[in-house]
Structure formats: C-alpha cells, structure tokens
Design a protein around this ligand. Structure first.
Ligand code: GTP
Ligand code: MG
Length: 193
C-alpha cells in the first residue's frame, strides 16, 4: 500500500456525523490501551495522527482517518473495558461501538486488537462473539509483541488462537511500538479493500 495522504476527517458521536460516501472502512476495535490508535499511526508511518495515551480511555469518539483522499478509511473506535470510566461513559461508548458496527454498511474489515501477553478478557470474548454474529470479515492482531521475546511470539499467538477457538480467521502478531510486521498486516488489509 502506498500512502500518499492521510488525514483526520471527523470525530463522530452519531451516525449523522459519519463521512458521506461509500469508501471502504477498516475498523479498529479492542480494549482500552491495547494500541488501536497506535496501530493506525504505525501503519500510516505517522507519529501522532491518531492521539494515543498511557492513560486508558483516550479515544472517546469514533475517529475517521481518510487515506489517499477517499481510497479508504481507518476508523478508530473507543476502547472498551476501561475500569475507571463511569458507568454512564461505558454505556455511551458501548452504544457508539454497537451503533457503528450494526449500521455501517461499508465496513470491509474489522481488526480486533488484543495484547499478545494476555489471554483475551471477558470483554474481548464478548466483542469476539459479537463480531462473529455480524458476519463481517475480521482479523485478530496480537499487539505489543515487543514486550515478549521474539522466540515466544509464535507460541503466544497460538495460545490466543486456541483460547478463542479460531480456525480460519487470520491472527497476526504486531508491534505498533517497534513498527514490525506491518507488511503482513498491509497484505491482509489490501485483500479486503
Ligand atoms: P484507547 O484510545 O484508550 O481505547 O486506547 P488505544 O487502544 O487507542 O491505545 P493507544 O494507541 O493510545 O496506546 C496505549 C498505550 O500503549 C500508549 O502508551 C502506547 O504507546 C502503548 N503502545 C501501543 N502499542 C504498543 C506496542 O506495540 N508496544 C508497546 N510497548 N507499547 C504500545
Ligand atoms: Mg485510542
């Protein structure tokens, strides 16, 4: 993929604010702080196009990044499972996520981002089951691979794969920090565009 241009287009809290048109969308879902916004930056080779933070709960709205002037969008959803969010905030961001996934009909790929070091949480499992029900194409990204020994990467991906009972869905290691494995990731994404 050649990135000629990448810009932030809009933060949406309701479907009325989603971009017009039918450009394909690649959407990032995952728990708070797992590295969804960092994934967007790394794939685009941009330092801080998407805002990231050490503090979970950084992304509170649905952010659309327009790639190559409408060729496709990266859609960065709010994270779930952030314990410090108030009950009300959890309901609101959950509603944003569900509304988007249920209503948007130009989603070409859902990228579920997990932490390679841990088994998926209950929230991850709920999201995984929800994604299966949507019947939309999806892949699983095991981020933060720089945090473990390179010799363990394959077996940790296998562990997560077994845990979720994945058979056909692609599941790949990633490190937004180290900017490795981006080529495999682009191959998967391009297959769906
Ligand atoms: P929310 O917006 O709260 O949902 O979080 P997010 O999933 O967008 O996470 P974000 O990209 O803001 O990253 C959270 C923290 O994890 C930041 O401090 C990042 O620098 C760090 N981080 C992201 N990816 C990696 C990675 O691959 N390796 C390491 N070591 N840190 C990472
Ligand atoms: Mg974020």
């Amino acid at each position: 993929m050649i990135i000629k241009d990448a810009k932030f287009e809009i933060s949406s809290v309701s479907p009325k604010q989603y971009p017009n048109g039918t450009a394909p969308e690649i959407v990032l879902v995952g728990k708070s702080n797992v590295g969804k916004s960092s994934f967007v930056n790394t794939m685009l080779n941009r330092k801080s196009l998407a805002r990231t933070s050490n503090t979970p709960g950084k992304t509170r709205q649905i952010n659309f990044y327009n790639i190559n002037n409408g060729e496709f969008y990266f859609v960065d959803l709010p994270g779930y499972g952030y314990s410090k969010m108030s009950h009300e905030e959890k309901i609101i961001s959950g509603k944003f996520i569900e509304e988007y996934l249920a209503k948007r009909n130009n989603i070409k790929l859902i990228v579920l981002v997990l932490d390679i070091r841990h088994n998926p949480t209950n929230d991850d499992k709920l999201m995984y089951d929800y994604i299966l029900k949507t019947n939309l194409p999806f892949m699983v990204v095991c981020n933060k691979a720089d945090k473990i020994a390179i010799t363990k990467v394959d077996s940790e991906v296998e562990r997560i794969k077994d845990f979720l009972g994945i058979s056909y869905t692609p599941i790949l290691p990633f490190s937004a920090e180290r900017k490795i494995y981006t080529e495999n990731m682009w191959k998967e994404i391009e297959n769906h565009l």
